[in-house]
Design a protein around this ligand. Structure first.
Ligand code: AMP
Length: 282
C-alpha cells in the first residue's frame, strides 16, 4: 500500500486485535540482509510492516538517488515470501509535501566518519525514520548493524525524543566470500565485485591484530589500511577503530570497539564494519 492513511488504518486494526507491531524500514532492492531483519521482527512481534522508500533527503545531489535500484516486482515477491504482512511504499510527494518545515538534525554523533563524508545524510535519515515511526507506530523496529553509525543515531533518536518503541539490531549478513550484502553491490561488475572483498579482508585483519594483542587504534588502523592500499581500484574514504556508542576513537581498543570502513570500489561507494571481539555480532 502507498497511502499513509491506509497504513495507519491497517496497523490500528491489527493493534485492536491485540497484535504487537514490528517494523523494518528499507530502501528496497531487497536481499538476504533485509530479510534477516524481517525474520527478527517476526520472531519478536505479531505483525510485520516493511517500508520501501528511497528517501531523497538522505542523498546529496552528486549521489545515486535517481539510479538507485528499484526492482518493484522482485521486492514484492521477496517481501511476501519472507512473511511481511504490510508493505508500505509511500510516494515522495506524500512523504514530503511542499509545506515541510522541520528536519531532525544528527548533531555531534553524526558529524564524523559517514557524517563527514556525506554532509546532511544523517539529517535525512533521522527525519524520514522519525516520520516513518510516527506513521507506523511500531512496538519494535529492526535495523542492521551494517549501517553502524546510523543505528547508533537511531537509538539516540528514540532515547532523546522519548519515542515509545524498542530498537533491535541485527548482525550483518555476508556473501560467502565475506562481502557485506548491500543493494549497491548490484552496481559492481565482476572485477569490482572481486576487489570489494578488500573491505571485509581489511576489517578481519584489524580484528586478528586485536586478537593478537594490539590495542592501539592507530596501529590497528594502519594494518587495515595496508590491505586496502594494495588493492588497485579501491579508494579508501575512511577506516577507523571506534566506540560504537559515541563514534569516538578510544584511547585503547577494547572488546566493545568496532572497526569501520568506507571505500569507493570503481564508481561504487561501499561501507562495512566489524566488532573487534569477534563474537558474531558484526
Ligand atoms: P537500506 O535498504 O540499505 O536502507 O537498509 C535497510 C536496513 O537493512 C538497514 O537497517 C540496514 O542496516 C539493513 N541492512 C542492509 N544490509 C544489511 C546486511 N548485509 N545485513 C544486515 N542488515 C542489513
Amino acid at each position: 500500500m502507498s497511502s499513509i492513511a491506509d497504513v495507519r488504518t491497517a496497523v490500528s486494526e491489527a493493534r485492536r486485535g491485540g497484535a504487537r507491531i514490528g517494523f523494518v524500514p528499507t530502501m528496497g532492492a531487497l536481499h538476504e540482509g533485509h530479510m534477516s531483519l524481517v525474520e527478527r521482527a517476526r520472531s519478536m512481534t505479531d505483525v510485520t510492516v516493511m517500508s520501501i522508500f528511497v528517501n531523497p533527503l538522505q542523498f546529496a545531489p552528486t549521489e545515486d538517488f535517481s539510479r538507485y535500484p528499484r526492482p518493484i516486482e522482485d521486492d514484492n515477491r521477496l517481501a511476501g515470501d519472507g512473511g511481511v504482512d504490510i508493505l508500505f511504499r509511500p510516494s515522495v510527494d506524500d512523504m514530503y509535501p511542499v509545506t515541510r518545515a522541520i528536519t531532525v538534525t544528527a548533531g555531534k554523533l553524526g558529524s564524523d566518519w559517514e557524517g563527514a563524508s556525506r554532509p546532511g545524510h544523517f539529517d535525512g535519515v533521522l527525519t524520514v525514520v522519525a516520520k516513518l515511526f510516527n506513521i507506523v507506530q511500531p512496538d519494535v523496529a529492526v535495523f542492521g548493524r551494517k549501517d553502524l553509525q546510523q543505528s547508533a543515531l537511531i537509538r539516540a533518536l528514540v532515547r532523546d525524543l522519548d519515542m515509545p518503541l524498542t530498537i533491535s539490531l541485527a548482525p550483518i549478513v555476508r556473501e560467502p566470500d565475506g562481502i557485506a550484502m548491500s543493494s549497491r553491490n548490484r552496481y559492481l561488475d565482476a572485477e569490482d565485485r572481486h576487489r570489494a572483498q578488500a573491505l571485509s579482508s581489511a576489517l578481519r585483519a584489524v580484528r586478528s591484530a586485536y586478537d593478537s594483542g594490539e590495542r592501539a587504534p592507530s596501529e590497528l588502523e594502519k594494518i587495515g589500511f595496508s590491505i586496502l592500499r594494495d588493492e588497485t581500484g579501491v579508494v579508501v574514504d575512511y577506516l577507523g577503530v571506534i566506540d560504537p556508542e559515541t563514534f569516538e576513537r578510544p584511547v585503547r581498543a577494547s572488546a566493545s570497539s568496532a572497526a569501520i570502513v568506507a571505500a569507493r570500489v570503481g564508481k561504487t561507494r561501499l561501507i562495512d564494519n566489524m566488532c573487534l571481539d569477534g563474537d558474531g555480532q558484526d
